[in-house]
Write a protein that binds this ligand. Sequence first.
Ligand SMILES: [Zn+2]
Length: 327
Amino acid sequence: MFTNDNDRLIYEEELAPRLPEKIFDAHVHIWSKADFPADFHFHEKSCNNRFGGEFTMAMWRSIVAELLPRQECHLNCFGMPNDAADRDKLPEGALPGDFINVLVSPADPAELVEERIVRSGSTGVKPYLNYGAAFYHKPANDVEIKDMLTPSQLAMLDRRKLAVTLHIPRSGRFADKLNQRQMIELCDKYPNIRFVFAHIGRAYFMKNIYESNLDEFVKYPNAYFDTAMINHEGILKYTFDHFPAERVLFGSDAPISFLRGKSVEINNQYAYLMGEDYAVGTSIVDTENAVKFTTFFYEQLRAIINVTPKEHLADVLYNNAQRVFLR
Ligand SMILES: [Zn+2]
């Protein structure tokens, strides 16, 4: 069993009465050890080791069946965007209603990316900043959005009308002016690509979203945001107050979201309070078991249920994603 008595109580009392029948998680990482060289290991405390160094579709299905026993669940997934992962390997085990994406580096010719997309039936791509850093020999903090996808990759994605799930770079995240400009440029220049800016532009604390240009995206119908790892009601509320709920997608960032913990804002920063001894970004581990944690996944659902306008809850939790990924 993955869930404990406390989780089951949360589901029965808080979640089940309010969740729709179908849930779509737009941000899941699915990978197997076979995607990596035989001698590859994640750092000992890496959250990627929580489920034995891999996270297969079968593992996702079995955990989600425990966490949401009365919901029909589907996902949009991509591999683990690590430099050592073989980008030719794609998540296996998708069922009708599930979508998969190709990991993409600027090192990959557009024709190769297209071949992987066609072969796997993928509906989009997932670039990541470490690939841009490796290809352009830049420190990870100096990577720009324009280093993450090449013009020829973008032209191909636009021609095929695919989706891009983009985790924006740079330490200022959504408050960074260069990011803001380059995000808008993408939406403007490639109207057939649906851009899903992950983690609401990585704005995990209020000051970051106050200084964002969220309102500017309203006029770009191809701009979307996923809520991966956001359990901050203030961030979600600000998003719904400034941006159409029709273009907000629930995403969890599983398997990280299946660890026990909660993200908290502290003095214009944020940290992950961890209920188990793994590192997720800036982590504070509750070594003394001072509090009983549930999963990040439940904390995210709690926040979404509390803040999403009622009439849009089923859209955010399922329907909106169909417009993004179904082709
Ligand atoms: Zn992710």
